[in-house]
Design a protein. Structure first.
Length: 121
C-alpha cells in the first residue's frame, strides 16, 4: 500500500504567528526579511502535513527562529520532530541553531531541508 501524497503548501507565515499578509499590502523590503523555502521529508512531512512551504521571517532569523515559526504554525508534534531532525541550509548541515539562516548582507532566499532520523543504514 502506497502512503498518500502530502500536499505542497505555499503560504507566507510571519514569525509572529500573525495571519499571512493580504495581497493588497506592499511587499516587504527584501533586506528586512528572509524568504525560506522549507522542504519536509518522511516523518517531518507527516508531522507538518505538507512536503514543503515557504515562510517569511525577519532578515536575521536563525534556525531556532525557523523551528519556533514551524511549531507555532503546525503544533507540538511538528516541534518534537524538528527537535530531533537535521537541518540542511542551502545544502549544508546546520548544527548551530543560533546562526542566521542567511549570510549578512544577502537578500537571496534560503532553502532548508528538514530531515528526521531515518531507520536503517
Amino acid at each position: 500500500m502506497t502512503a498518500p501524497r502530502l500536499p505542497d503548501v505555499h503560504a507566507t507565515v510571519p514569525s509572529t504567528g500573525a495571519p499571512a499578509a493580504s495581497p493588497d499590502l506592499p511587499t516587504p523590503d527584501p533586506a528586512a526579511v528572509v524568504v525560506v523555502q522549507v522542504r519536509y521529508f518522511a516523518g517531518a512531512a507527516e508531522a507538518v502535513g505538507a512536503t514543503e512551504e515557504t515562510l517569511t521571517l525577519p532578515a536575521r532569523a536563525t534556525a531556532a527562529d525557523l523551528r519556533a515559526a514551524v511549531a507555532a504554525a503546525h503544533g507540538p508534534r511538528a516541534d518534537r520532530v524538528l527537535s530531533i531532525s537535521s537541518l540542511l541550509v542551502d545544502d549544508v548541515v546546520r548544527e548551530d541553531l543560533a546562526a542566521p539562516l542567511r549570510a549578512p548582507g544577502s537578500t537571496a532566499p534560503v532553502r532548508v531541508d528538514v530531515l528526521p532520523p531515518f531507520a536503517g543504514g
